[in-house]
Design a protein. Structure first.
Length: 292
């Protein structure tokens, strides 16, 4: 699987330099950003964190040439303080968070993240957790389904979709990604989404709910100032407006409190060249702040 780290040059240009040496990749994924960081700074030490054990296996393989210069942990980024304690550290010099679902997850059908493949409704980034997409789709009330599809998916047809899901599951449980996608497609007016699959926003919303992504992001951001050395930087790459809004407001609030200095007054976007090579990068936004 070819892997393109999003906004790679822009991210590393903000993180590397200034004598910074200990970094955390809080969403190490397949190790794309981590590999380039370790390659470009021969003195850097990197702590890679991910809650997906399958991603960690791939990252370990990718980073093996830097043995002794990295450590990998299966954990959520909201638990970075605990991870650092295990490393015998209180603070680091740089933190990277590349949010959202990874290509590995989308391209592994049995994980149930994609509506393009027939698979069980799962969507767990951490297979140790209990809640699955099946639970959300088949056990949440119509009101709860409407709320998450509207709020997390920003889907204008959330009410119709929630009602359609409840009607269908009365006949039999909705068990697969293809079944759910078909229900959503029937609920959305034909031809309304020209370039987007009708199920895209609903799947995003359910994935966010299953993995408590926004809740965990909020918790992680609250800890950032206490985890960075003076002059240390945090770089966050987000892929939808809800994530970006949380990051933007957290950085602004910390700046008002005198804890962080916002480096990117406006988010950095991928170049046209990057988008042409890697279309999923088109919605990426990078924000960077520095500990003062």
């Amino acid at each position: 699987m070819e892997h393109f780290p999003v906004l790679l040059e822009e991210t590393l240009s903000h993180l590397l330099g200034g004598g910074r040496r200990v970094f955390v990749d809080a969403t190490v994924g397949l190790g794309g950003h981590a590999y380039e960081l370790l390659k470009r700074d021969p003195e850097a030490y990197l702590i890679g964190v991910d809650k997906d054990p399958f991603a960690l296996e791939r990252a370990a393989e990718r980073l093996k040439e830097f043995e002794g210069r990295f450590a990998l942990y299966q954990a959520d980024y909201e638990d970075l303080d605990e991870v650092l304690r295990q490393e015998g550290l209180e603070r680091v010099d740089g933190i990277l968070m590349d949010l959202g679902v990874s290509m590995l997850q989308l391209k592994t059908p049995e994980r149930g993240f994609s509506f393009r493949e027939e698979a069980p409704l799962d969507m767990r980034m951490d297979p140790r957790q209990r809640l699955t997409a099946y639970d959300v789709v088949n056990r949440y009330s119509e009101r709860e389904l409407y709320r998450i599809i509207k709020e997390y998916g920003e889907e204008r047809f959330a009410r119709r979709i929630a009602a359609a899901i409840v009607r269908r599951r009365r006949q039999k449980p909705i068990e697969t990604t293809a079944e759910l996608a078909a229900v959503v497609e029937e609920a959305v007016p034909k031809g309304f989404y020209k370039k987007l699959h009708p199920a895209t926003k609903t799947f995003q919303a359910i994935r966010i709910e299953v993995n408590r992504e926004l809740e965990h992001l909020k918790n992680a951001l609250l800890k950032v100032p206490s985890l960075l050395n003076r002059g240390g930087r945090i770089a966050v790459i987000s892929f939808h407006s809800l994530e970006d809004r949380l990051v933007k407001h957290a950085f602004k609030n910390f700046e008002k409190e005198g804890l962080l200095k916002v480096i990117t007054k406006k988010p950095i976007l991928p170049s046209e060249e990057e988008v042409s090579k890697n279309p999923p990068s088109r919605s990426a936004k990078l924000r960077v702040a520095e500990r003062v």
